[in-house]
Ligand binder design. Sequence first.
Ligand code: KPL
Length: 307
Amino acid sequence: MRIAVWGGGALGLLWSARLAPRTGPFLLVTRTEGQARQVNRTGITLTTLAGDRRNIRVKARPAGSIKEEPPFDVILVMVKQHHLPSVIPLLKNVIHPETQVLFFQNGWGHQQWLEQLSSCCETYLAVTTEGALKNGNHVRHTGKGESWIGSYPDAGKKTSPALKALLEAAGKDLLQYDEDIRQRLWGKLAVNCVINPMTAWYEIRNGALLNPKYDAEKEEILTEVAEVASLEGISLPYRQMWEQIHEVCRRTSANLSSMLQDVKHHRPTEIDYLNGAIVRLGAKHHKKLPVNQLWTGRIREKEKFML
Ligand code: KPL
């Protein structure tokens, strides 16, 4: 089984370090030539949750050099949503009809790419709650989470042998199959729509959101997200989601959310795929969502100021 992780960010490095020793031929596809060179020279350093430091040898190549290749059997796409338009044409060069392509993006909006690709390979949505921080080719596993995949857009598809092999190699601690991945995606979306913009705007760690002074704002965002979810045929029980958001804040209390990290590093954020996407979905149903509109505007302002 030829397997690739596409994307050398925190998640891509974490998964490469954990998967490469468990699978057959493995390749990490990076955006830059410099990162591929460094990974090939020194490997990936992983600091585990327990604090152990390990060095894992992994083969890497820059995306631009992946042209004429034997196709991969499994590809885990771990780039941010806004990089997908440039990655999809490259992916098309290295897949065959049975290639299993797993998309690990945050938020809402990448489904369009899966719908487009699903005629040439087998596509899956992935949802992960793992936390990781990257510094060069060193990745620190900062939060124990879970990762789930489910086929999309063809929800009822049978698991293929290549996917079964991946699930076996990864083991349940790394990856599980979910028949109802849309529900799980919405659950994560709701969590991110509350935690990410609020932590980025106030520049606070996830745990600080447990302070009751933020309750009213969390509640306003969540109410609108649950409303749109219901219009999309997804039930997000309010109490359960409220608990889940607080559970994530507790579990990742010392972490900086990915949006706060983006703001601090002057990178574009994922606001358009989180609260921005909620506003767009609301508009599709002729529903105005002033709170999510407000948070989208706040983060766009912050981006403009920081970029
Ligand atoms: O997924 C996350 C993110 O930062 O994007 C959470 C769950 C908020 C953890 O930081």
